[in-house]
Design a protein around this ligand. Structure first.
Ligand code: SF4
Length: 223
């Protein structure tokens, strides 16, 4: 299995070089912006297909309505939640996802994230998260890394774009192949994975834009 994954991940030295350069360029970015681990999970669900600014507005609405906690969301009407999280887009679907996550946490762990994160190894936890309606791989891994402090590398569209433009993989690489490739290359360390993902998102937004990358000013230009 590993051989197949490694074959699809060319030039692992480049991955380490990119990680180092991003860290040297941006310094510690200290993700994820949130007041507590539950808020990290909510942000990870709401950020699907939208900008972080819109997520912040939705989270503020949940805070103002005093319903930003697992038990309340699990018991609240979906329509009421949807109305509050409108700024994040796809609000009906996201309300359903938020509720599904909170119901899962309430019914299995009494709404305790600590209990959940201590209920198995990383792969067990990942499977449990992926079994919840609406939780995909990127969301599950964001929750594991940024809320659970588990050494899991989060792959997103920025990662695929930067890596493919540097000849490390194809842009349509399968999620787990790239995740395994990075986890087999970079020392398994929560802080490394936290900063690496944050750096890749930042470089994707600041320089490695979808249609017109600004390579001449980018800190990765000669990698
Ligand atoms: S902007 Fe250019 S140099 Fe920077 S990451 Fe993208 S492809 Fe690489």
């Amino acid at each position: 299995m590993f051989l197949i994954l490694a074959m699809n991940c060319k030039n692992t030295k480049k991955i380490e070089e990119i990680r180092k350069r991003l860290y040297n360029f941006y310094g510690p970015l200290n993700w994820w912006p949130a007041d507590n681990t539950f808020e990290v999970c909510v942000g990870a669900i709401l950020t699907q297909n939208t900008s972080w600014k819109n997520v912040e507005k939705a989270i503020q609405n949940l805070k103002k309505a005093k319903i930003l906690d697992c038990r309340t969301i699990a018991e609240e009407r979906e329509k009421f939640i949807a109305n509050l999280i409108k700024p994040s887009g796809y609000f009906n679907q996201k309300a359903k996802k938020l509720k599904a996550f909170c119901v899962f946490l309430k019914e299995n762990y009494g709404c305790s994230l600590n209990e959940f994160f201590n209920s198995g190894n990383v792969e067990d936890l990942r499977k449990k998260l992926l079994s919840i309606w609406g939780i995909g791989k990127e969301t599950a891994d964001s929750i594991l890394l940024y809320a659970g402090n588990k050494p899991v590398f989060v792959v997103d569209a920025y990662t695929k774009r930067v890596f493919s433009r540097h000849g490390i993989c194809n842009e349509d690489v399968e999620y787990d192949q790239l995740r395994n490739c990075v986890e087999n290359t970079i020392y398994k360390n929560v802080s490394f994975y936290n900063e690496f993902h944050a750096g890749l998102v930042s470089i994707g937004k600041d320089y490695c834009k979808k249609t017109s990358p600004v390579c001449n000013l980018c800190p990765l230009k000669d990698v």
